[in-house]
Design a protein around this ligand. Sequence first.
Ligand code: PGA
Length: 233
Amino acid sequence: MSKLLVANWKMNGSFPFIESYFQDLPQFCTNTVVFCPPFPYMGKVKSYLHTANYALGAQDCHPQNSGAFTGNISAAMLRDIGCTYVILGHSERRLQHHETNDLVKQKSLNSLENNLTPIICVGETLADRKAKKHLEVVKQQLLKSLPETTNPIMVAYEPVWAIGTGLSATLEDIVQMHQMIANHLINPNNKVLYGGSVTAENAKDILSQPNVDGVLVGGASLKADVFNKIMAV
Ligand code: PGA
C-alpha cells in the first residue's frame, strides 16, 4: 500500500541546494511524498513538484487567518501558494517556542478550515520512557492536541529522544505506540507516521510494521541520494 513520506528540512536549504537536490528527483513514485522546506523556499520547491504524488508542506502555521501577528504565517496564506500539508506541534516547536497542546489543536483546526492536512506530532522524552510513562504521555498529547473532526489528519509519533540522535525507536516500541494511537483515531482515513532517525537502512523495516502509514524524515531528507532510496521503499 502507498505510504506517506514527509521530508522535514527544518531550517536548512538555499537556492543552490534546492537546484541540485531536485536534479535527480524520480519522475514517478508509488508513495506520496511531502516536501517541507523553510517558508522562503516553498515557491521554489513547488516549481519542481510536477508529479501528482508530490506535495508541498509547511513546518508550522499560525492559528488565525490574518492580523497583527508579526513574523507569523497563516494556513490561508500557505493554501494560497499551493501548500497542502502542514507539520504542527513538532517537539522542537513545543520545546523551543513553548507550544502547548491547546495551541497545536487551534492550529490544526484552522489548517483544516483552510483545506490543509495537519501532520500533528506527538512523542515522549527519554525521562518519560525511562519512567515507563511514555504511553500515557503520548495518549494525553493526543487527547489534548487532536481536533475533534471527521476530516483526515495525520499523527506523527516522534519520540523526542530519537530525533536527530541516530537512535531510532525499536520496531516493538513503534508497533506498541502506533497501535495505541490508531485506537484513538476515529476516522479510518487518518494515518500514523513514525519519525526519529529514519534512514535509508531502517525505513523499509519501519514502514512494513502494522499501523505505520508513513515516515517523517529530518536529517536523511536533506541528502537527495539517501531520500531517493527512502522514496523507493
Ligand atoms: P530526524 O528528524 O529524522 O533527523 O531524526 C525527524 C524530525 O524531527 O522530524
